[in-house]
Design a protein around this ligand. Structure first.
Ligand code: ACO
Ligand code: LMR
Length: 264
């Protein structure tokens, strides 16, 4: 029989060897002819399957809603400072991206992990939140610097409305909302934030679409695919901020002394 030389790389998501590139086996011409969008491309390249339209539209909504949140947030601030230091597009972009993490934009995977575990184990919001407090861990997906009970995050409301209208089940999101009700009883700014909304709703998407086995869902949550949505989305805004600063010919940024507390 044939002897196959061992390869140094295994790849399963795309193939460029034929007449046209294929994403998860789907040729580019099919992607274009069928009018696929970026949500479909993400489905193919990240999840290795075509997902129903309501799922790909949800992915696209996440991307659009998270594309930017003004110049003052961590990521945009870094990008602006870097662009003003005369650095190139990629440097300015990655400087902003590097702020994405457990406090800013990168709490989606942990929100999904903790909400899933708590909900599957049947913990009450009280048990869950107080258990996290005992462990000294802030609840990922809860809390915001400027959003609060009386100034809700419109993005969260839009995601919730979409899911209520299109998803067969919003079990995990409803659990996250119960957690929010409890955390709001402690402090006004402990709202369900956009990371928590996406984390919980993506669990509902994975579980409700019937397209993923239980094992596959566990793997997606464990590996941590979902911060990728924020990274991808916010890159759009960070690239925009870079162009904006260059267009405005902004000089080197230096933080004002008056805004620093110099102390021993
Ligand atoms: N869970 C439990 N308690 C919390 C949480 C939380 N998620 N967030 C704040 N608190 C409480 C704590 O008691 C905290 O006191 P501590 O510093 O002793 O822990 C107190 O509120 C005040 O916290 P601050 O640091 O003043 O709150 P701040 O407004 O700076 O924090 C932040 C906002 C970073 C988002 C915070 O709520 C947090 O860490 N949340 C979890 C991570 C998260 O979801 N990040 C994504 C935010 S959305 C986005 O970035 C797109
Ligand atoms: C964002 O999307 O960047 C925000 O939710 C974070 C912030 O501090 O406003």
């Amino acid at each position: 029989g044939k002897v196959r030389a061992p390869t140094h790389i295994i790849s399963t998501i795309s193939d460029d060897r034929g007449d046209e590139p294929c994403y998860a086996g789907v040729p580019m011409s099919t992607i274009i002819q069928r009018g696929f969008g970026v949500g479909d491309v993400i489905s193919l390249l990240w999840f290795k399957r075509s997902l129903p339209r309501y799922c790909t539209q949800f992915i696209e909504i996440c991307i659009m809603l998270c594309a930017d949140h003004g110049p003052c947030v961590s990521g945009a601030h870094n990008t602006i400072v870097t662009a003003r230091a005369g650095k190139d597009l990629v440097s300015s972009l990655v400087s902003g991206l590097l702020t994405i993490g457990p406090r800013f934009g990168g709490a989606i995977d942990d929100a999904a992990r903790y909400f899933k575990d708590a909900c599957d184990r049947g913990l009450t919001p009280y048990e869950f939140v107080e258990g996290m407090k005992k462990k000294g861990i802030r609840v990922p997906g809860i809390g915001h610097r400027i959003k609060s009970r009386d100034n809700r995050d419109k993005r969260v409301q839009l995601l919730q409305h979409y899911a209520h209208t299109h998803f067969p089940s919003v079990k995990y999101m409803e659990y996250a909302v119960q957690v929010e009700a409890y955390t709001l009883s402690k402090a006004n700014n402990l709202v369900l934030n956009v990371d928590g909304a996406i984390g919980s709703l993506f669990l509902d998407l994975l579980a409700g679409s019937g397209m993923f086995s239980k094992q596959e869902i566990d793997e997606i949550v464990e590996i941590g695919y979902l911060n990728g949505l924020f990274v991808l989305a916010r890159s759009i805004g960070l690239i925009g901020h870079t162009f904006d600063q260059k267009r405005l010919k902004q000089p080197l940024y230096r933080h004002p002394w008056e805004d620093v507390l110099y102390t021993k």
